[in-house]
Design a protein around this ligand. Structure first.
Ligand code: UD1
Length: 340
């Protein structure tokens, strides 16, 4: 049985992927410093899987503690989620992002080299595309440009991984996520914003729950059919399953620790369908049977008009395709948020 080390699996996407991997029969070892997640999520994950996962509270930058985990378990592959992801915060505190996201990755990859672990699935983002100047749909060869430190850390890590591929035989798939939303259909795990949510759907839920009186629609004069911005919203369970497909694809390249042939690939994870802010409001009202109060408010700085994927490569390279609708995601997310 293969052992998979996963970083920050108690966070939003990691917790869903943990369930998918454990239920596919893998031994799952979770490393999380709990800076952005709660230990209670571990209990929920274990309620959803047949075989309990192992958990270590450890910061990736703590080389000594992290190396003990590599000593204890014979790791076959790493799924690397660990990273802060708030764009605004990254502009205010860039060094926090360089330190946590980039330095954490450096320590992890150094230990992977030391212990002969070469297979890695890295969680990257569509935020690396030049969405201010290039129209969608975005393929993996769309020009890149980062305009905030969060995005830059994703690109820095991708570049670092290309080096490790060329010179140290790493086998890497970097998955560029579009907009993950929703929750596990059980309602046990999901995205639990500790602070005021910045993303659209979590904020919509807070309005529906009465924590805020209305949703601020960030302007309606963009060059889209209804004037509001368009995004590619992807069910988090589809996203989690894509990680398993990516890992299986790496496995087919060979897991022998002596195999020195490196490979690096980037793959978009999106649906290929765009949904506007107004459409999200209408879909949420339909799914929840609730009226969503909103007001048209000034633009959010740095917002791109329209961002959605060309997901064809994921189909051909990973045999993966999203299967759940935006309505499914809204419904599952709503069930989760109501259970809190
Ligand atoms: C944001 C992040 C991006 C991250 C992605 C997925 C920014 C600038 N970008 O992108 O790095 O990868 O989430 O987590 O933060 N909107 C409103 N009212 C709100 C909230 C959002 O109208 O209260 C609008 C936004 O202006 C945008 C759309 O809804 O047009 C989607 O916003 P959001 O959910 O934050 O996603 P992204 O902007 O794609």
């Amino acid at each position: 049985m293969q052992t998979i080390l996963i970083t920050w699996w108690l966070g939003y996407i990691g917790s869903h992927a943990a369930v998918v991997f454990a239920n596919a029969g893998y031994d799952v070892v979770i490393v999380d410093n709990l800076s952005n997640s709660e230990i209670g999520v571990l209990e929920k994950i274990n309620e959803l899987v047949a075989k309990p996962v192992s958990f270590y509270k450890c910061d990736l930058r703590d080389k000594i503690e992290l190396s003990k985990i590599f000593e204890t378990h014979s790791i076959d592959a790493v799924i690397h989620f660990a990273g802060f992801k708030a764009v605004g915060e990254s502009c205010e505190k860039p060094f926090l992002y360089y330190d946590n996201n980039v330095l954490g990755s450096i320590v992890l990859y150094e230990l992977m080299v030391h212990y002969g672990v070469k297979n890695l699935v890295f969680s990257s983002s569509c935020v690396v595309y030049d969405s201010m100047h290039v129209d969608p749909p975005y393929t993996e060869s769309t020009p890149l440009k980062t305009i905030n430190p969060y995005a830059s850390t994703k690109l820095m890590i991708e570049i670092m991984l290309q080096d490790l591929t060329m010179h140290l035989g790493f086998r890497v798939i970097a998955l560029r996520y579009f907009n993950p939303i929703g929750a596990h259909p059980s309602g046990k795990i999901g995205e639990s914003p500790r602070w005021v949510p910045g993303n659209l759907l979590p904020y919509i839920y807070w309005v529906l729950l009465g924590k805020y009186t209305y949703l601020s629609v960030r302007w309606n004069d963009y060059a889209t059919p209804d004037g509001t911005c368009i995004r590619d919203y992807l069910h988090v369970m589809d996203l989690a399953e894509a990680h398993l497909c990516a890992f299986q694809s790496l496995k087919s390249l060979g897991t022998e620790k002596s195999n020195n042939a490196g490979s690096f690939d980037v793959i978009n994870l999106g649906t290929g369908r765009g949904t506007s802010v107004m459409e999200m409001i209408q879909l949420t009202e339909k799914v929840t049977w609730k009226k969503l109060p909103y007001q048209i408010c000034p633009r959010r700085p740095g917002d791109a008009t329209s961002v959605y994927a060309n997901p064809d490569k994921a189909t051909t390279a990973l045999w993966w395709k999203s299967t759940r609708s935006v309505e499914d995601a809204i419904r599952d997310g709503w069930n989760f948020i109501q259970s809190l």
